[in-house]
Design a protein around this ligand. Sequence first.
Ligand code: IMP
Ligand code: MG
Length: 185
Amino acid sequence: MWYDSHIQEVLIDQASLEARITELAKRISADYAGADLLLVGVLKGALLFIVDLARAVDLPVEMDFMAISSYGAATETSGVVRILKDLEASIEGRHVLVVEDIIDSGLTLNYIVEHLRNRGPASIKICALLSKPARRRVDVVIDYHGFEIPDKFVVGYGLDFRQRYRNLPFVGVLKPEMYQENHGK
Ligand code: IMP
Ligand code: MG
């Protein structure tokens, strides 16, 4: 494949992603049985995850999306978050499950959850595919959690480096030279 020469290591392969998402979907289906569930995907990183999760959940869910940008360096979050695209519908009185790709410092998610809580949802929970506990700066309770990973910058399955690699079917680490400033320019 085009990316074979870019990848140093596959951390989570496609079969493991599928198996774990099926498990999470089973728990979500049981926990929200009979409820009106709204999946809120955080663009763009959570795109592949939310699509596969929604397909695996045995419930009539709705999906909505938010896009945010954080100020600061490319691979670090400052905690100051700007909403680029807001939800289309009201979440008042609804059961909201925020679907995120990765919780790193936790600052982004913390901001999103506080922001959404002010809009009066019936409940708000968090589903994150990946978590890097070593880098946490604020406490976040992850209700549905895919994998804990080491403190490495990962790409694939929605996660990008400079907007690329989101379409890899696995989560992996790039070769060091791929992270160089001028690579591919
Ligand atoms: P936090 O606010 O530090 O938790 O940052 C979370 C956001 O940073 C995620 O939603 C990702 O968009 C991005 N991010 C954090 N770690 C990685 C990574 O290893 N690869 C790609 N994006 C990452
Ligand atoms: Mg994200």
